[in-house]
Structures are given as structure tokens and as C-alpha cells.
Design a protein around this ligand. Structure first.
Ligand SMILES: *Cc1c(COP(=O)(O)O)cnc(C)c1O
Length: 388
């Protein structure tokens, strides 16, 4: 049986909550939404949460309600899920990438500083794999240059940094609830902010630009349909009922991996700085730097053949086909992000991974590493043969 990379954790709590919505006639914009939003605001440590139909929609709204537009530059990381950069393009602003810190894998504040121009309007930082970015440093830069600060906490529900929850940093933050995330609503996301006016604008934009509490179909501005239905909100509420349990189960799997894989010399294990309490979204190991991307790819193929699903988190955004063709990015532009991205492997990680499965992954990794080392030798051999 294949060990899946990710898997939602759905119990009778979720089934009962969703079923109870089906027994009402309110399938959108009802009490589940209200409850979900007020609970999310608490989880993120902010005053307002606006639930929407995806994390990507939440990112879009974060910039749209902040008047980021054509001609503006927004600094963000090339090492993330593509939505954290795409939202900048949705507003016809320009994404400006800044390289990452090789330890945290989050955007490097000193690289951000170096990218600031007269046109810079915002920074979108990402809590990569659940590990909070260096928010103190980013906040200092943002206030010094009067920039909007956006926290993409899509992967960090439940994490903290200096004792404060992910979702509370910057002027706007977002959560996401795709089935592989810490909690899921099927599809879904939320915008978080302390700014009541901004939250109001987001509520209007998610609902076709309608004026809040106004006559039916009174559209004031260009809006979208980013609403999250009651069934999804009920699912989200049930997951929040179980939040501590879900995070605890993930933590157990994380600890199992850390113990089991610490004996393998050829890989680097994830490690969060002590100022954070990271609730991991994925379990990502890195091959040591003497390995090549080709070897990493071969190892991933080997793991897949061994019935272990694994993922490449993340391919660099600037090297995706779209960004290459739209902006002419080439390899070598963000050497740290590229070097990291070339050697990462995400292993199966969800609440239901068993100890036996962790052992199975470890065995396959050991075997695969022997295989790719031979690959290295034969390539060196090939080079030697050609040099002589
Ligand atoms: C999951 C994720 C999102 C949002 O994804 P959706 O699929 O739109 O919900 C945004 N940013 C990051 C870093 C993510 O991992």
C-alpha cells in the first residue's frame, strides 16, 4: 500500500457538523461562517477574520484591499507556493523576489532591505513549511519604509513566533485550508487583520463588491465571488474543535521522523529556530550539498517506486515556466533558494502516519541513498575517464 504524502483527518465530529448544515436551508452566508470567522480570529490573534474560498483568494484580497496596483513593487520570496507571488500579479503590480535564509528557508530580511526602491509598496513574507519568518526584522523594515506587511501563514496555523501566533504578524495575514493543511475545509482560506475597515472591504470584495448591509445587488466596486459556503465552514469549525488534537498528532509524527532519521548522515533534518514553536505543515528533508538535483530526483523516483509518495517543496517560483517567460528569470538569480530547492524532499506527513510507516520510509531512504551515491561515483568516473 502506498503511503500518501498528505491526508485529511476527518472524524464523526466533522460528519455530524456538516450533516447538521444539510438539514437547514442556509447553505451560504449563515451562522457557520460567523462562528468560523470569530474562531479563526482567535487562532490568529487578531480582531477580524474574513473566510474565503481559498488561500489564494485571501492573498488576492490582502493586496486588493490595500490599494496595491499597477506600477507598485511588492517584495516576496521565490521559495514558496506560487500563489504568494501570483497575488501580486492579480493586482498588476510587480513581484520583486528576495533570496531566503538558508537556515529558516524563509525570506531573508537583509535581502529584502536590498530590494527596496521608490516603488516598493509591500512585503509578502511566507511562514515556510509552518515555520514563522523573521517577523521582528520584517516589521522593522516595513515601518522604516512605510510598507504594507502581509503574512502568508497558509502553512502555519497554530505556529508561534516569540509567543505570538502565526496570523498576527503584519497588517494582513492569510490562512489556507486545502486538504493537506493543518486544518481543512476542502477548499478555503481566510484573511486576518486588526484593521476593521480593511476587513469590511474584504467582506465586500468577496461578495461581488457589494456594499455591506445594503440593498440587494448594490455593487459599489469591482468584486469577486470568493465566498466560503456553510458546509465548508462547518467542516472548518469541526476541525477547530479538534485543533489541539490534530496538531498534537502531527507533532508526534514529526518527532518520530526526527528520532528515526537522525541516524542517516546524508540528509539534513528540518529544524525550527528556538524562538518559534513550529506546527509543521510538511516534513521536508534536504540532501547534503555534495548531492546534485539529478540525484535528488532519482531518490524521489526510487521512493515512489517503493510506494512512498513524496513531493518537491518547493520548485522555485521564478523558475516556473510562466515566470521565466513573463520576466525572463534564469537559474542563478536566487542562488540560495535554488540550491535548497534542488535538494529538498517532502516525505509523507499527516496525522495518521504510523511508526511502521516511518521505519519503512527510513529503510527506503537508506537504500535509495546507496543507489544515488553509486550514480555520483559513476558520474565522477565518467568525468575522470573523459579527462584522461
Ligand atoms: C496552500 C498555500 C496557499 C493557498 O493555497 P490555496 O490552494 O489557494 O488554498 C498560499 N500560500 C502558501 C505558501 C500555501 O502553502
Amino acid at each position: 500500500m502506498t503511503i500518501p504524502l498528505a491526508r485529511p483527518d476527518i472524524s464523526d465530529v466533522e460528519r455530524a457538523r456538516v450533516q447538521s448544515v444539510l438539514e437547514t436551508s442556509t447553505l451560504s452566508q449563515g451562522s457557520q461562517l460567523e462562528e468560523f470567522e470569530s474562531r479563526l480570529a482567535k487562532v490568529g490573534g487578531v480582531r477580524h477574520a474574513v473566510a474565503v474560498n481559498s488561500g489564494t483568494s485571501a492573498l488576492h484580497l490582502a493586496l486588493a484591499i490595500s490599494d496595491i496596483g499597477p506600477g507598485d513593487e511588492v517584495i516576496t520570496t521565490p521559495f514558496s507556493f506560487i500563489a504568494s507571488a501570483n497575488c501580486i500579479l492579480f493586482q498588476r503590480a510587480r513581484p520583486v523576489f528576495a533570496d531566503i535564509d538558508p537556515n529558516t528557508l524563509c525570506i531573508d530580511p537583509s535581502q529584502v532591505q536590498a530590494k527596496i526602491t521608490d516603488k516598493t509598496k509591500a512585503i509578502v513574507g511566507v511562514d515556510v513549511f509552518g515555520q514563522p519568518a523573521d517577523w521582528n526584522a520584517l516589521q522593522d523594515i516595513a515601518s522604516e519604509h512605510d510598507l504594507l506587511l502581509v503574512e502568508d501563514a497558509a502553512e502555519a496555523v497554530g505556529s508561534t513566533y516569540d509567543g505570538r501566533p502565526a496570523g498576527s504578524f503584519g497588517d494582513r495575514a492569510i490562512f489556507a485550508f486545502y486538504p493537506n493543511k493543518q486544518i481543512t475545509t476542502g477548499e478555503g482560506g481566510a484573511l486576518l487583520t486588526n484593521d476593521a475597515k480593511a476587513a469590511g472591504r474584504a467582506r465586500s470584495l468577496r461578495n461581488q463588491g457589494r456594499r455591506l448591509k445594503s440593498a440587494w445587488l448594490e455593487h459599489e466596486v469591482l468584486g469577486y465571488n470568493y465566498r466560503l459556503d456553510e458546509l465548508s465552514c462547518a467542516l472548518g469549525n469541526a476541525q477547530l474543535d479538534r485543533l489541539d488534537e490534530l496538531l498534537e498528532k502531527r507533532r508526534r509524527v514529526f518527532d518520530l521522523y526526527q528520532q528515526t532519521l537522525s541516524e542517516i548522515d546524508e540528509i539534513v533534518l528540518p529544524e525550527a529556530p528556538s524562538r518559534t514553536n513550529t506546527q509543521w505543515f510538511v516534513y521536508v528533508i534536504r540532501l547534503k550539498t555534495h548531492y546534485s538535483r539529478a540525484q535528488r530526483n532519482a531518490l524521489v523516483e526510487f521512493l515512489k517506486r517503493s510506494d512512498i509518495q513524496c513531493g518537491l517543496y518547493f520548485p522555485c517560483i521564478h523558475l516556473s515556466k510562466f515566470y521565466r517567460s513573463a520576466f525572463g528569470f534564469k537559474r542563478g538569480t536566487f542562488p540560495i533558494a535554488e540550491a535548497v530547492s534542488d535538494l529538498t524532499i517532502a516525505l509523507p506527513f499527516h496525522t495518521q502516519v504510523t511508526q511502521e510507516e516511518v521505519f519503512q520510509v527510513a529503510d527506503a531512504l537508506r537504500e535509495g541513498l546507496v543507489g544515488i551515491s553509486r550514480m555520483n561515483n559513476s558520474r565522477r568516473g565518467w568525468r575522470r575517464a573523459n579527462a584522461s
